[in-house]
Write a protein that binds this ligand. Structure first.
Ligand code: PEP
Ligand code: MG
Length: 571
């Protein structure tokens, strides 16, 4: 038995036999099929027919993914279609058939082989898009030869591959394939998102999967936690069955708790909101019973593209969410690039410590045109529901004043054009730097609400890079310094009569959520999935007890003692 760790890409449990896949397998077969001159036209015809067939298939897939995952995720398929319509690419294959007198299949192979060497040609497009070109022409090749793709050849199989392309992922037939493992990828890669939409259990980023897994090994995939077990023992299989059962129970819990008010035993009403990163997550926000969206990260609009999203594109995206939320509040956080998120449309100088660099509001104030476009889009969408604006990574009051000036400019521009928007839209900030906490009394006078971003507050207070695995032991949400900063933020918000909530990950922990309530928060925002668990904890406990616990704990001297105390003293 061997346990491999990766990244959870799509939840679910899958057990089956390993089917290792080398997605580049066909071009390495050296066979070459020569043809007679009189057959050239016929081969070209066959090639065109196969291109057309592939185009039709991809179009179908595109529409399907658009329906289940949204337009953003189907765009890759539009790109594939544009490749099939690219005359220059098609002519390359046709010319090979003509000049070298080879079959259409051989011509495609040669074309792909040339591409591999053609880091060769100084053609940037071919170089950058090699993977996608390869992927789609592989499909043309399969359609031409009438061969089935290797993916679905095995019953109860688990695919193990270096990487899977989006087209390969959508080709997986759930009746035969029980899940997949890849060496590369992230939870937000297209492959992962498609797997989630199609409900295929998947773990990506298992770097040594191809070395550690042998063909026909029994593989157990735990797509919930990103774990792959090679040749599991009966005990492991039993454990996973228990886990599946627990998950079923959770689903029931979600159903029961969804419409229940979040209220403590002594009747203190608490509001639970959801954090989201993509518009499609609105479905989960509703499913898990959130009362609104406490943090809508907008970076998705800017990442994985070479240009910037237009005002109209952003407006339509925000409007769609607003309408789906049917009047429930939504806090839209303005672009928070920098740190570990970069946009290709803006190639700034490389920074040694990017988390301490041009990030969040600093970027927006440097690139005011990008910022203004986003603010106008949010304002326009605000007409359709209860939207609020939030600025990330604030460290000084001046930044807030500067950012508000941009909001004023945006309002003036829209007024001039007679565009309708919510004039008194609320403006808030993330409290996620120690500096913001320490001047929060002052800044509170400039804004309508605070939202505590504990993910960054922990990183900046304890001086640890939040993506550093080596330092994860120091990532302590209940470190006394963090609790003291949170307490001070809440006090200053209340003193100035503005709203305050938390949207960092720590609010997803049911016990810590109760501690936050004890410290004075009445609104918490978290991953949608965490809502039923946090709600269940809150409704089983007394508010007065949470306050007592918070009062005691604030004087404790370590994260560990605080966590233990919480566990012991809450129901
Ligand atoms: C935070 O910093 O706590 C937060 C919610 O924002 P992000 O994780 O997007 O930086
Ligand atoms: Mg943050």
């Amino acid at each position: 038995m061997k346990k491999l760790r990766g990244i959870s890409a799509s939840p679910g449990i899958g057990i089956g036999k390993a089917k290792k896949l080398d997605s580049e397998f066909f071009i390495f077969k050296k066979e070459e099929k020569r043809i007679k001159s009189k057959n050239v036209e016929n081969e070209i015809k066959k090639f065109y027919e196969s291109v057309k067939k592939t185009e039709d298939e991809i179009l179908k897939i595109k529409l399907n993914i658009e329906k289940i995952a949204g337009k953003e995720y189907s765009e890759i398929f539009s790109f594939y279609i544009s490749l099939l319509k690219d005359k220059k690419l098609i002519e390359r294959v046709v010319n090979l058939i003509k000049k070298e007198k080879v079959s259409a299949g051989t011509a495609i192979k040669k074309f792909i082989e040339n591409l591999s060497n053609q880091l060769l040609e100084k053609d940037n497009f071919l170089r950058d898009k090699r993977k996608e070109i390869f992927d789609i022409f592989e499909k043309v090749f399969f359609n031409l030869s009438g061969k089935t793709e290797k993916l679905n050849e095995i019953k109860n199989g688990i695919i193990v591959a270096k990487d899977l392309s989006p087209t390969q992922t959508v080709s997986i037939d759930k009746r035969y394939i029980k899940g997949f493992v890849t060496c590369v990828g992230t939870s937000t890669s297209h492959t992962a998102i498609i797997a989630k939409s199609l409900e295929i259990p998947a773990v990506v980023g298992v770097a040594d999967a191809m070395e550690e897994i042998k063909e026909n090994d029994t593989i157990l995939i735990d797509g919930y936690d990103g774990i792959v077990i090679v040749n599991p023992t009966s005990v492991e299989i039993e454990k996973i069955k228990i886990k599946e059962e627990e998950i079923k129970q959770t689903k029931k819990k979600i159903y029961i708790l969804k419409n229940k008010e979040t209220i403590t035993l002594d009747k203190k009403r608490i509001k639970l909101y959801a954090n989201i990163e993509f518009p499609e997550e609105v479905e989960s926000v509703i499913k898990y019973g959130a009362e609104g969206i406490g943090l809508f990260r907008t970076e998705y609009l800017y990442l994985k593209r070479n240009d910037l999203p237009s005002e109209e594109e952003q407006f339509l995206s925000y409007k769609k969410i607003t309408e789906k939320m049917e009047g429930k509040p939504i806090i839209i956080r303005t672009i928070d690039v920098g740190g570990d998120k970069f946009i290709s449309a803006f190639q700034g100088p490389k920074e040694l410590h990017s988390f301490l660099g041009l990030r969040g509001i600093r970027f927006s104030l440097e690139k005011k045109d990008i910022f203004l476009t986003q603010i106008k889009a949010i304002l326009k969408a605000s007409y359709f529901g209860d939207l609020k604006i939030m600025f990330p990574m604030i460290t000084t009051k001046e930044e807030v004043i500067e950012a508000k000036k941009i909001v004023e400019i945006a309002k003036n521009e829209l007024n001039k054009k007679n565009v309708r928007f919510k004039e008194n839209i609320e403006i808030g900030i993330m409290i996620e730097t120690p500096s913001a906490v320490l001047v929060s009394d002052d800044i509170a006078k400039e804004v309508d609400f605070f939202s505590i971003g504990s993910n960054d507050l922990i990183q900046y207070t304890l001086a640890i890079d939040r993506v550093s695995e080596k330092l994860s032991y120091l990532y302590q949400p209940c470190h006394p310094s963090i609790l003291k900063l949170i307490k001070l933020t809440i006090e200053n918000a209340k003193k100035n009569n503005i709203k305050v909530s938390i949207c960092g990950e720590m609010a997803s922990n049911p016990e810590i959520a109760c501690l936050m309530i004890g410290l004075g928060l009445e609104e918490l925002s978290m991953a949608p999935l965490a809502i039923p668990y946090v709600k269940e904890k809150i409704i089983k406990n007394y508010y007065y007890k949470m306050k007592e616990i918070a009062e005691k704990i604030i004087n404790f001297d370590s994260h560990e003692s605080i966590i233990n105390f919480l566990k012991k003293n809450l129901n």
